[in-house]
Design a protein around this ligand. Structure first.
Ligand code: SF4
Length: 469
């Protein structure tokens, strides 16, 4: 029951405390501390419980946000966790990594002047607190009630989401992944200061308790894929998108020039003790990151923690047009990164001994919006200049790449190399009836939460498909 109708005025929006900056800049741990129960209740009570909750509409999972906020305000954390898990198999992850200002919080009625309800942190709080108290997600049906055996290839957010919903619905699920731990880029791409890795270990244990079987450290090759196709009633492909877009910059192969994901994965594997070789160490170096998305920000903030002497980020549009989350830019600026807006790289420069010296850049101006609605970019004549750097990280985005043998076995690729779903009867079904897919493999590089949504939809589609047979 709501205590104070004017809580949204009397109590300002607040986030949990952040770790002190000097500590933050040297540690690879999450920067936000947890809400206490009373802080969470105070913030949850700010919700107006609008008749038409725009936050839920804008959330790709259509989470029952006002309903779980009411339960938090009442102190019913386990009930809130059960409700939260009805629509989201990974709520503690989405609460941490979603760009809330573009999604649920951006659509909150209070965002217009009063400060949006702190939805992401509360979503994270609910699951963390409930699990710490011993709560576990309940099965949706009695185990073994649903016939069928499903293989999931790829333990990233789409695959985990699909596996969770199938297992909770009583379907037998086995998940294959090439990495030694689940999570895909959640574990090996995202830095620990955004998402600590013990959360994925905890999630794996919960999934195993539901009956999901993981086969890790296993690359599914052509023979393995054919065997999976014949052994299972349905297959879900959640292979992600990790092929970097070609920057087409002169000298981009020089030593000291790195692709963003190579840099982040090496850093995570090293911290997790999985690495055969040490992380790419940028301590003491002048680092220049090219790009304006969240992955670029992850590189910027990792380089700061490694002790780079200068970290700059160059992006060809202005701050308002950045594809990444503004909260990530804010964190990077707080931690000491410098941003160079409207700068376009023209080529990597080296000295006469072939050693990297920096990047030749040009100033840009923004022209009228193009067909996509974004302002196109024009190079300013005569503005060429050199930005000196000891290390350059290229972060221009990623595309999916369907393995060739999957294409040869009848799956269709789309225009950008991902898997095409246009031929399927169900939304996440491919041209091969028993093969379903979702996440970045079918959309191109997108958000964690949209991959989770695809995994849920695929689980629903697969169950319909199994019942048909
Ligand atoms: Fe907001 Fe993401 Fe949670 Fe949906 S899943 S409520 S968009 S933080």
């Amino acid at each position: 029951m709501k205590q104070d109708t004017f809580q949204f005025i009397n109590v300002p929006r607040a986030e949990p405390n952040k770790t002190p900056l000097h500590q933050r800049k040297s540690e690879h741990i999450e920067i936000y501390q947890e809400f206490t129960l009373s802080q969470a209740q105070q913030q949850a009570e700010r919700c107006l419980d609008c008749g038409n909750p725009y936050c839920s509409w804008k959330c790709p999972l259509h989470n029952y946000i006002p309903r779980w906020l009411t339960l938090v305000a009442e102190g019913q954390i386990e009930a809130a966790a059960s409700l939260s898990h009805q629509t989201n198999p990974l709520p503690e992850i989405c609460g941490r990594v979603c760009p809330q200002e573009k999604l649920c919080e951006g659509a909150c009625t209070l965002n217009d002047g009063f400060g949006a309800v702190t939805i992401g942190h509360l979503e994270r709080f609910i699951t963390d607190a409930a699990l710490e108290g011993g709560w576990k997600p309940e099965p949706l049906v009695t185990k073994g009630m649903t016939a069928g055996k499903v293989a999931v290839i790829g333990a990233g957010p789409a695959g985990l989401s699909c596996a969770e919903r199938l297992a909770r619905s009583g379907v037998q699920v086995r998940v294959y992944d090439r990495h030694p731990e689940i999570g895909g880029l959640l574990t090996f791409g995202l830095p620990s200061f955004k998402l600590e890795k013990d959360l994925l270990v905890r999630r794996r244990e919960l999934l195993e308790a539901m009956g999901v079987e993981f086969v890790l450290n296993t690359e599914v090759d052509e023979a393995g894929y054919q065997k999976i196709l014949s052994d299972y009633d349905a297959v879900f492909l959640g292979l992600g998108a990790q092929t970097p877009l070609d920057a087409r910059l002169e000298n981009q192969q020089l030593a000291g020039v790195y692709q963003a994901l190579d840099y982040l994965i090496a850093s995570n594997r090293d911290q997790l003790g999985y690495s055969e070789q040490p992380a790419i160490d940028l301590s003491g170096q002048r680092v220049l990151v090219l790009g304006g998305g969240d992955t670029a920000m992850d590189c910027v903030r990792t380089a700061i923690r490694q002790g780079a002497v200068e970290v700059r980020c160059a992006y060809r549009r202005d701050q308002a047009n950045m594809p990444g989350s503004q909260k990530e830019v804010k964190h990077a600026i707080e931690e000491g990164a410098q941003f160079l807006w409207q700068r376009q790289p023209l080529g990597i420069e080296c000295d006469d001994k072939g050693r990297l010296t920096g990047v030749r850049m040009a100033q840009t101006e923004l022209a009228a919006p193009d067909a996509s609605g974004r302002q196109s970019v024009r190079q300013v004549e005569g503005s060429e200049h050199l930005l000196e750097a000891d290390a350059v990280i290229i972060s221009f985005g990623f595309i999916p790449k369907l393995p060739e043998f999957m294409g040869q076995s009848g799956l269709e690729s789309n225009a950008w190399g991902g898997l095409c779903l246009e031929q399927g009867v169900y939304p996440q079904q491919s041209s091969l009836a028993k093969v379903f897919a979702g996440g970045d493999l079918t959309r191109g590089a997108d958000l964690v939460v949209t991959a989770v949504a695809d995994g849920l939809q695929a689980a629903e589609d697969i169950q319909r498909f199994l019942h048909q047979g």
